[in-house]
Design a protein around this ligand. Structure first.
Ligand SMILES: C[S@@+](CC[C@H](N)C(=O)[O-])C[C@H]1O[C@@H](n2cnc3c(N)ncnc32)[C@H](O)[C@@H]1O
Length: 230
C-alpha cells in the first residue's frame, strides 16, 4: 500500500485487546471507519468546543514537536494548530470523512501538509521516516493498540519521539465508576475504550515511556515515549 492510495477498510488489519468492555462486540477497523465517517460532520461542527477543553493539553503534549511530524489517527485535524509552524505535517486516519475534514482544517488554518487515509496498524511509510510521531485520543479506538504503537515506533527515527495524549480510567473513584458503568455504551457509540490504562500497551512494544503525566482527574494522560534502543 502506498501513502497515496486509499486503503480498503474491509482489508484492514484487525486484532483484539484485553481492555475491551465486556458486554460489547469487538469493533473491527472497518466498523471504526464507518462510525467515524458518521461522526465527522459533528466533529467539525464541535471542534471549537473540543479545542476549548483539550487545546491547552494538546499544546502541552505536542507544542515542541520537531521536523517531519506524523499525526496518527488525526481525526478532523484538531492537533494541527498546536504543532509548531516549522513542522512538516503528515496526517493519517482510517475514516475517509475524517481525512476530508482534516484537509479542510489545513486550509482553514493556512498550513501546508498532507493527509492520507491509512490504517495506523499498517502504516505505509518506510522505517525511521519521521522525527516526531504524535497521536491524540487514539489508542482507545484502535482495534489493536499494540500493533498501532509498534508501527509508530517503526516509522519514528531512533533519536525521535512519540508524543501521545490518551484517555484512561479516572483515578477519582466516582468518575471511574461512572466510566465503568458507561463503558459498553461508550464503546458502541464511539469505538472508544475509555477505561483503558494507556500506559499498559507500551510493555509489548519497542517504545520506552520516558515521561507521563495525568490530567483531568486521571481521565487524560500526556505521554512521551522513545523508540527503545537495540
Ligand atoms: C476519538 S477520535 C480522535 C481524533 C483526533 N486525534 C483528535 O484528537 O480529535 C479517534 C480517531 O481515530 C481514528 N482511527 C481509529 N482507528 C484507526 C486506525 N486503525 N487507523 C487510523 N485511524 C484510526 C478514527 O477514525 C478517529 O478519527
Amino acid at each position: 500500500m502506498s501513502p497515496d492510495s486509499a486503503s480498503n477498510a474491509s482489508d484492514l488489519t484487525d486484532g483484539q485487546t484485553d481492555d475491551q468492555p465486556r458486554g460489547s462486540r469487538h469493533l473491527s477497523s472497518a466498523d471504526i471507519a464507518d462510525l467515524y465517517d458518521d461522526m465527522a460532520d459533528r466533529y467539525q461542527r464541535w471542534d471549537w468546543a473540543n479545542r476549548l477543553f483539550s487545546g491547552p493539553l494538546r499544546k502541552r503534549a505536542f507544542g515542541d514537536a520537531r521536523g517531519r511530524v506524523l499525526d496518527v489517527a488525526c481525526g478532523a485535524g484538531t492537533n494541527f494548530r498546536y504543532l509548531p509552524r516549522t513542522a512538516q505535517l503528515v496526517g493519517v486516519d482510517i475514516s475517509a470523512d475524517m481525512v476530508a475534514a482534516a484537509r479542510g482544517e489545513l486550509d482553514a488554518i493556512g498550513r501546508g501538509g498532507t493527509v492520507y487515509r491509512m490504517d495506523a496498524q499498517e502504516l505505509a511509510f518506510p522505517d525511521d521516516s519521521f522525527d516526531t510521531v504524535v497521536s491524540a485520543l487514539s489508542t482507545c479506538t484502535f482495534p489493536d493498540p499494540v500493533a498501532a504503537l509498534s508501527e509508530m515506533a517503526r516509522v519514528c527515527r531512533p533519536d525521535g519521539r512519540v508524543l501521545l495524549l490518551e484517555h484512561g480510567r479516572s483515578d477519582a473513584e466516582l468518575v471511574g465508576r461512572f466510566q465503568d458503568w458507561r463503558a459498553d455504551a461508550h464503546y458502541e457509540q464511539h469505538g472508544c475504550r475509555w477505561t483503558q490504562d494507556p500506559l499498559a500497551h507500551f510493555e509489548e512494544t519497542d517504545l520506552t515511556v520516558v515521561d507521563s503525566e495525568a490530567f483531568l482527574l486521571g481521565t487524560v494522560t500526556v505521554i512521551e515515549a522513545r523508540p527503545t534502543a537495540d
